[in-house]
Design a protein around this ligand. Sequence first.
Ligand SMILES: [Zn+2]
Length: 199
Amino acid sequence: MAIDPIQRLIGEFARLPGIGERTALRLALYLLEQKKDRALSLAQSLVDMADNVVECEICCNLTAYSKRCSICQKPGRDRSVLCVVSCIQDLMAIEASNSFSGLYHVLHGVLAPLNGVGPDQLRMRRLQKRLLEEKLVQELILATPASVEGEATALYISQEFGANISIISRIASGVPVGGDLQFADRLSLARALMQRRPI
Ligand SMILES: [Zn+2]
């Protein structure tokens, strides 16, 4: 027997982070009350995202309809500086601060051995390969969060890849301790980047 479509949709919404059963029900009922186009447009945007968004083959940022993201493709970016961030939201926050003109590397997480997240669960090998292949990189800015895991991740990178890079620096703690970069205001973020310290 076919699954009830409303129950199925509620189930799908409820599996999203931060959405409980009640909110899932509210969203499903809201969509049912809208014109049919609204639901079809939402469905199509999910299909488009699933079919066309991939990780950039260079920096692991997200990109659509292209193997390389718009930042990696931009001719004016400084290819001698790489900023390592834990997540896409942090990359977006730094871009929005207009204070960085180099390239990025997105790890998609931080080291958390107790939760089973080791270097192989992150884009660490991709970073290693990149540093070996791209001889232009002079400086690595470690902009992982100021949490225990974020600090451990920064330390790991500096110890593993430090030998091949002239300068490895850590973003200054202009951002609140334990807080993610994405929640820092643009000015604090620009200052934290400017006041980075070599490690
Ligand atoms: Zn890229």
